[in-house]
Design a protein around this ligand. Structure first.
Ligand code: SF4
Length: 464
């Protein structure tokens, strides 16, 4: 059988699919000079191929089928599997229509197809509901699918073959950029676990399947396989919560060192799941970057959306220790929680600046379908176009802030974080006390410029 795997490249703004927003995806259409540069850098560093399709390629190839990969060009095949998203579903369904007109059966996989089947059903022969590997094993064994196909989560992730990047034509050029952590051109995604054991009500990462982990030896085998086929690979652990289990994280670091694997890696995690000793071990094993959710500075706001707050001292301890080791840190922040006000968002932005992660990403709270948050505030959602659920667009009637105010605060967050001398100083890892004092004084002057512009534009500043 000829199997086409399609991960369609977004055409407007910077689109991320696969594991981003659990699979619903995000789309950043730049709305300022800062976000234009930010979006352009994301395109160069974060446009990585789909790990889910790489798994499906491995399953199909193992069963002796021919695999073709496309980012948009229609290609001949017997069956096409399309990676679905919410933010780009119109292009995905239009592509499916073209392929079906050519005589190819088309199926969709991913969170969007699982939770929003009505968007895809008219354009598909089948929809895979759940993690796609179990269904793929049936398909390559000869099953003919139609309609909705239940695909239960595999309890034993070690039984899966390793993702086949070579079948996705992923021999791309990668360039190390000083201070950036991840190379331009991206890296190899690895899923050491799936799902998340936490309970944040707004999060789509935990609604497709339960939390499961792979064995340390199986992960180390995959890393060794990557090292055999690529010189000094850069590995991107896509687990939403990589260091959930401290002992397991140490065992992964040990396995990398014991086997002498020459690689670098990054992960995403919670800051209460890290400490200086663990960071030292992970750094020695090759960790060069990490991302983490702070979301809001307010513990009350976080508790109201089911997120366990992390003490600020712990957050500062981890970020500062990363800086001392040269690990690039990326903090994630969410603006517009139901209990947020102008002042509370200003406080979160101020905290983001003060925490001093190397980079920061700010998004607007988005009530994703099938999350507990959706059930709670679904009636307040006014946005009818699902592609606007992109993480950067207001979609529901906020109790105290208009859509324009939320957009303005988002814009201000990027300006205040990236347009200040200490951002460059952090990026360049400048730590000399005298220089830092001078930079702090310059920061105050630049903050004054931001304040004056905000007052002129909105009659109030983004300060608390
Ligand atoms: S910690 Fe919360 S926001 Fe992060 S992946 Fe888990 S449930 Fe989602």
């Amino acid at each position: 059988m000829r199997i086409v795997l399609a991960d369609l490249a977004g055409k407007s703004g910077f689109v991320s699919k696969d594991t981003v927003a659990g699979g619903y995806g995000s789309r950043l259409r730049p709305f300022s000079k800062v976000t234009r540069i930010y979006s352009s850098l994301k395109r160069r560093f974060h446009d990585v191929p789909s790990v889910h399709l790489a798994y499906l390629a491995a399953i199909a190839d193992r069963a002796g089928h021919e695999v073709t990969y496309t980012r948009g060009t229609p290609v001949d095949g017997d069956v096409a599997i399309v990676l679905s998203s919410l933010v780009d579903f119109k292009q995905e369904t239009a592509w499916a229509d073209v392929m079906r007109a050519r005589g190819t059966r088309v199926g969709f996989i991913g969170l969007a197809a699982s939770k929003m089947p009505e968007l895809f059903e008219p354009h598909a022969d089948f929809l895979v509901d759940g993690e796609p590997e179990a269904a793929m094993m049936q398909l390559v064994a000869g099953d003919t699918f139609s309609g909705r196909v239940a695909s239960p989560a595999l309890p034993d992730l070690d039984a899966l073959p390793f993702p086949r990047w070579d079948l996705l034509n992923e021999r791309r050029f990668r360039l190390d950029v000083p201070g950036a952590g991840r190379p331009a051109g991206g890296g190899f995604s690895v899923l050491a676990s799936r799902g998340c054991p936490e309970f944040c009500t707004y999060c789509p990462h935990r609604i497709l399947a339960g939390y499961r982990t792979r064995s340390v030896e199986n992960i180390a085998d995959e890393l060794a396989y990557l090292c055999e086929s690529n010189p000094r690979p850069y590995v991107i652990f896509r687990d939403p919560l990589f260091s959930e289990d401290r002992e397991r994280s140490l065992a992964i670091a040990d396995a990398i060192e014991r086997r002498g694997l020459d690689l670098r890696f990054e992960c995403e995690t919670r800051l209460d799941r890290l400490d200086p000793d663990l960071l030292n071990r992970l750094h020695a094993a090759g960790m060069r970057a990490m991302s983490f959710g702070v979301e809001s500075v307010s513990a009350d706001t976080l508790k109201k959306v089911g997120r366990r707050p992390i003490p600020q001292e712990q957050q500062r301890l981890v970020v500062n220790h990363c800086r001392s080791l040269g690990i690039v840190t990326a903090g994630f922040f969410v603006l517009g929680f139901p209990h947020d006000t102008w002042d509370s968002i200003a406080a979160t932005i101020e905290y983001a600046v003060d925490l001093g992660s190397t980079v920061a990403q700010f998004k607007l709270l988005t009530p994703y379908p099938a999350t507990p948050l959706w059930k709670q505030i679904g009636p307040k959602v006014y946005e009818k176009n699902w592609e606007e659920f992109d993480g950067f667009t207001p979609t529901f009637h906020h109790p105290s802030l208009s859509g324009d105010e939320l957009r303005y605060l988002l814009d201000a967050a990027y300006n205040r974080f990236y347009l200040r001398p200490s951002y460059l100083a952090n990026y360049c890892r400048i730590s000399q006390a005298g220089l830092r004092d001078m930079i702090a004084r310059l920061d105050v002057r630049v903050a004054g410029i931001h304040t004056r512009r905000e007052v002129a534009q909105m009659a109030r500043s983004v300060t608390c």
